[in-house]
Design a protein around this ligand. Structure first.
Ligand code: HEC
Ligand code: HEC
Ligand code: HEC
Ligand code: HEC
Ligand code: HEC
Ligand code: HEC
Length: 244
């Protein structure tokens, strides 16, 4: 019950909501972008996004007119929005409208189908991400937060928009590489959103060797905030010594 109640209020659970005939993407922790149907096979991502700081142009849009998407184009981008922001299969209505099974990132997004488990609870009939190591968790959360780069794949490390892909950056940090699979997203985060982000540095760095330690938090200096636009802010998950 505790996990259920906490999760239903989390940013994961509220990552997609429906209000009348508009789909609101984003929990509002950072931003909410509306998407609505504009034709039999067409959806519009609205040009105005509500940021925590107020309304502004949607990321990636040049003006506030909005961007149209076809549902059945190859690699359909609009279907992919729904896939990452909802749980279970994305279905279609008889009129070819998009119909997600469950709104937001809920239990079965991460624990797999749970009907058998609900009927006869056992640890053998539910997926337990607890058993994954560091690479396993990066890949698992990376299904939505983006996968670490494969060998030989190029990443533009100084593009501030890429910083929002946390597994990509964490996978490069010495803390991750040198801790033999022990450092995972869950070292610091509760995926159910029940507990605040933990300052886990002392687990492994009891006494860091600082020449001068000015005021500030460990993460503030070693995982600095990066703002790709004036409205959004992400955390550099490449833990390390950053200038500034
Ligand atoms: C099915 C897609 C999906 C998966 C799988 C997923 N996430 Fe998320 N996550 C999201 C979306 C979408 C948001 C944005 C919610 C919002 O708009 O604020 C988010 C937000 C977050 C946040 C920030 C908000 C908060 O609750 O503090 C954290 C931290 C997070 N995810 C961690 C994880 C971790 C850790 C995993 C793996 C155990 C994971 N996520 C797996 C889609 C996913
Ligand atoms: C590959 C999975 C994926 C796809 C596809 C995807 N999102 Fe997201 N979305 C996320 C995750 C993870 C987050 C949280 C962190 C972040 O911004 O990367 C998020 C966050 C957001 C936010 C909150 C602002 C923010 O950046 O935190 C909005 C709004 C949003 N997405 C809208 C959309 C829309 C609209 C589409 C389709 C055009 C879309 N998303 C496609 C995974 C996805
Ligand atoms: C974003 C992914 C995500 C979502 C959504 C999610 N969980 Fe989890 N859950 C995890 C991860 C990852 C762990 C392992 C935690 C750890 O390693 O500390 C976990 C652990 C658990 C555990 C403890 C099992 C154990 O290993 O001790 C329970 C019970 C659980 N989740 C139930 C739920 C329920 C019920 C929901 C929906 C209300 C839910 N989870 C939603 C990712 C998720
Ligand atoms: C699971 C263990 C673990 C955790 C948790 C962890 N680290 Fe590390 N970290 C390491 C290891 C192992 C190294 C590499 C050994 C070394 O060079 O001392 C390292 C290296 C570093 C370095 C040097 C990086 C470089 O590129 O040379 C810094 C700075 C650092 N950690 C800061 C932090 C901070 C700040 C936190 C908390 C936000 C943190 N670490 C959390 C294990 C960890
Ligand atoms: C060493 C600790 C640590 C680890 C490991 C870690 N995070 Fe974070 N994360 C933070 C801190 C600190 C913040 C910023 C403060 C906050 O959101 O509470 C943050 C913020 C976030 C956010 C909010 C958006 C942003 O970028 O600021 C998301 C989403 C997120 N982390 C996902 C992940 C995922 C997915 C993983 C695993 C690949 C992960 N984190 C691993 C410490 C960590
Ligand atoms: C004001 C910024 C700042 C703060 C706050 C800070 N650091 Fe550092 N840290 C640095 C700089 C800069 C270096 C590079 C070495 C130097 O100049 O002393 C460093 C080096 C390190 C190293 C690598 C040296 C070593 O011991 O091997 C670790 C680990 C580390 N810090 C961990 C932490 C932890 C844990 C905290 C929180 C208790 C923290 N730092 C707080 C700026 C900071």
């Amino acid at each position: 019950m505790e996990i259920y109640n906490a999760q239903s209020k989390s940013a994961h659970a509220t990552a997609l909501r429906s209000v009348g005939d508009v789909w609101n993407f984003g929990s509002g922790v950072q931003a909410i972008t509306p998407v609505s149907r504009t034709g039999p096979e067409e959806y519009k991502e609205h040009g105005t996004t509500t940021y925590k700081t107020g309304p502004g142009i949607t990321p990636g849009h040049g003006n506030d007119k909005g961007v149209l998407y076809k549902v059945f184009e190859p690699g359909s981008q609009i279907l992919r929005c729904f896939q990452c922001h909802s749980t279970g299969r994305v279905n279609f209505t008889p009129e070819q409208g998009i119909q997600p099974s469950e709104l937001g990132v809920r239990c079965e997004s991460c624990h797999g189908p749970g009907a058998d488990h609900a009927k006869a609870p056992s640890k053998f009939n539910i997926f337990q991400p607890r058993n994954l190591n560091g690479d396993g968790v990066n890949a698992f959360c990376g299904n939505c937060h983006r996968q670490p780069p494969k060998e030989g794949e190029d990443t533009n490390w100084s593009d501030p928009w890429n910083v929002r892909h946390q597994p990509v950056y964490l996978s490069q940090s010495k803390c991750f590489l040198a801790s033999a699979g022990k450092l995972t997203c869950m070292t610091c985060h509760d995926p159910h959103g029940a507990k605040p982000t933990r300052n886990a540095c002392a687990d492994c760095h009891a006494k860091p060797r600082h020449r001068t330690l000015k005021s500030g938090t460990c993460a503030g200096c070693h995982m600095p905030a990066v703002a790709p636009s004036k409205e959004l802010k992400f955390t550099n998950h490449w833990i390390g010594v950053h200038s500034r």
